[in-house]
Design a binder for this molecule. Structure first.
Ligand code: FAD
Length: 330
């Protein structure tokens, strides 16, 4: 298996200044944190072993990283930056992210890669889409290997050149990009500046987009505003974790406190369609007792809805999203 170039991936992230969308108030900016943290780690190694970090034994390196994780490294070269937070926010986060964005790591854990932006078409049990690798179950290894040589061939081989620019408004003149057919357009109702409408919705993600759709279907006039680009997911994205990052809202927002909230990736997409543009097709339901968590479990608050009522909405949402695949979440 090819090694995963973790250092190069992190280095490129720092070089391109691809931010996370938030920053712990106790850390300096990403590049400065890495520069200071690596220099301090080397200095800690020199003080303890008289050598540089890459020259010591792996077990000694592990010990130093464990001490960093616990916040026990306090040499003056840290310049007051808490080693514990550096470990949590930069070392663990950047490195694990770099490792698991790579297809080699997916192979290692037996994951076929993100469903987005292609989505599932073959919806029945035990059906595999052409881009999904066959599972090498015991006794079927050779067959799986043979099948998997074909997986992904012929589709998305050439990077598509977007036919138009995602960063200038694409939905104009009564047309919007058709996100299901490359290069195609779909009709879009437009209103003039002085025309009154029933609803104006800010943000077209899972919440706003669904609301706009339902209100329009019910016959209301709706205008939806979005701060992000109108992507054509099939053309503008490759199917890998790193590609998702151009969707994220990564302006730097300072977070603070004991357990600072992480913003930016995973739950925040700046785009028409919001985070759903690269939705990973994992659709989890609340357990029935969580709808009455205060009464039944002693924490949180009871929902005004009964779980049985919610179940029909889950069915509807899962059908609309075309959710398919295994019931168990790994
Ligand atoms: C890559 C990725 C994969 C995911 N996969 C899954 C999954 O498999 N399963 C799952 O359950 N969840 C998943 N999520 C999370 C899920 O998509 C989000 O929780 C959900 O979409 C949030 O819905 P929302 O309407 O609150 O916000 P969003 O969908 O993020 O929508 C917010 C919208 O508001 C717009 N906006 C914000 N501020 C303004 C402003 N001032 N003016 C105009 N527009 C504005 C943004 O551009 C965006 O379009 C994933 C998220 C990401 C990013």
């Amino acid at each position: 298996m090819l090694p995963i170039p973790v250092a190069a991936i992190v280095d490129q992230k720092v070089h391109e200044s691809r931010l996370d969308g938030f920053r712990d108030a106790q850390l300096p900016s990403m590049g400065e944190a890495w520069r200071r943290g690596l220099a301090a780690l080397d200095q800690e190694t020199r003080s303890k072993h008289g050598r540089r970090f890459h020259e010591i034994e792996a077990s000694e390196q592990d010990d130093l990283l464990r001490a960093m994780e616990k916040g026990e490294l306090t040499h003056s070269t840290w310049q007051g930056m808490p080693s514990k937070i550096f470990f949590k926010q930069r070392v663990a986060d950047d490195i694990v992210r770099a490792y698991y964005m790579h297809p080699t790591a997916w192979n290692e854990i037996g994951w076929g890669g993100p469903a987005s932006p292609r989505g599932y078409v073959r919806m029945d049990f035990d059906r595999r889409d052409p881009w999904e690798a066959a599972e090498a179950t015991p006794g079927r290894e050779v067959e799986a290997l043979r099948e998997n040589r074909r997986v992904g061939r012929g589709i998305f081989k050439e990077p598509h050149r977007p036919p138009d620019d995602p960063h200038t408004p694409r939905a104009r003149y009564g047309h919007a990009p058709d996100v299901f057919r490359p290069g195609a357009w779909t009709p879009m109702r437009e209103y003039s500046e002085n025309e009154a409408v029933d609803f104006a919705i800010v943000g077209t993600g899972a919440g706003g987009g669904t609301l706009a759709c339902k209100l329009s279907e019910a016959g209301f006039s709706v205008v939806a505003f979005d701060a992000g680009s109108y992507w054509r997911p099939l053309e503008d994205f490759a199917s890998d974790e790193e590609e998702q990052s151009k969707l994220y809202w990564t302006d730097e927002r300072i977070v603070d406190g004991e357990n600072p909230l992480q913003l930016g990736a995973n739950n925040s997409g700046k785009s028409v369609g919001g985070s759903t543009v690269h939705f990973a097709m994992v659709s989890l339901r609340f357990r029935p007792e969580w709808f009455k968590s205060r009464t039944l479990l002693g924490y949180g608050a009871d929902w005004p809805l009964d779980w049985r009522e919610m179940w029909s909405y889950y069915d509807e949402a899962e059908q609309a999203l075309k959710i398919a695949g295994p019931v168990n979440y790994p």
